[in-house]
Design a protein. Structure first.
Length: 281
């Protein structure tokens, strides 16, 4: 029986950058050679997916946490935010002094305060990651999950899919959810910060789970036969719609409980071990 697997990127395929366990590449390519389908399912903009991840080879990609999906050159899911909703989010950020990214299908755009705020943090994290990778004997560019961004002045606000914020205040996820209201889906983000808070804001009802259902309908496949593997809060809805949800060993304990099935961590052959256990290899 042909199965379809949806894989998160940061923390699942790659360790928040371009470091990928060799077994992950082997597992994805072998599963596809065995006749199964493997799709990316990421919170990143399509244009911000690292080339090393792309080079593995996939059957399609859900991006922007479910706002867009492509199969080959065909755009099969497209749910940008209305301009009024983008304006409401930016008004909230500016009122509270919060730095942010806006993501379209093609790229990521950063507010002016992002670069100076993140520069020292990035330097410290890269030095730490380089030492960790060397200790493991792994190759790869030690990077963070921070998007490669263009100036905010260049964004087309008619194409925005979601916002990512970095706040000096610890409770911004809860505060933004309460103040922005039920039109929006506000969740913790996956950028590891030394303090403050990081989160994602999208339209309510536009999630990885909703996009997976659209993709499966397009392909004529049953959600019961689908696999979803991830490690972040934007993977919750993916876990809810697929027949076989799998949390990474590096996922928060609460997410592991939600998934019910847990594999090993991202650099400890997590994807390979999940695929092997589920019979894809």
């Amino acid at each position: 029986m042909t199965r379809i697997a949806f894989l998160d990127v940061d923390g699942t395929i790659a360790e928040h950058g371009s470091t990928i366990a060799p077994s992950t590449v082997t597992a994805i390519r072998r599963a596809r050679a065995n006749g199964h389908l493997v799709w990316l399912c990421t919170g990143r903009a399509d244009g911000d997916i690292h080339p090393d991840v792309r080079a593995i080879g996939f059957d399609g990609a859900i991006s922007n946490a479910g706002a867009y999906a492509t199969s080959g050159d065909e755009l099969i899911v497209e749910h940008p935010m209305p301009r009024a909703d983008v304006a409401a989010i930016e008004t909230y950020f500016e009122a509270h002094g919060i730095h942010y990214f806006l993501q379209t299908h093609e790229a990521v755009f950063a507010s002016p305060g992002i670069e100076p705020m993140m520069r020292e943090y990035v330097r410290e994290r890269l030095a730490k990651r380089a030492a960790e990778l060397a200790a493991r004997g792994l190759d790869g560019e030690p990077t963070t999950s921070i998007p490669r961004a263009r100036p905010l002045a260049e964004v087309d606000r008619g194409r925005v899919a979601k916002a990512v914020f970095i706040s000096p205040v610890a409770d911004t996820v809860a505060h933004a959810g309460a103040e922005l209201g039920e039109r929006f889906h506000v969740i913790p983000g996956s950028i590891p910060l030394p303090g403050g808070s990081n989160g994602e804001i999208g339209l309510a009802g536009v999630t990885k789970g909703s996009a997976i259902l659209e993709v499966l309908e397009h392909l004529g496949l049953d959600p019961a036969d689908a696999i979803g593997i991830g490690d972040s809060w934007n993977d919750v809805e993916m876990f809810q719609v697929v027949g076989t949800p799998v949390a990474m060993g590096n996922a928060p304990v609460e997410l592991q409980r939600l998934a019910g099935r847990v594999t090993t961590a991202v650099l400890d052959d997590g994807v390979h071990n999940a695929f092997a256990e589920l019979g894809l290899l």
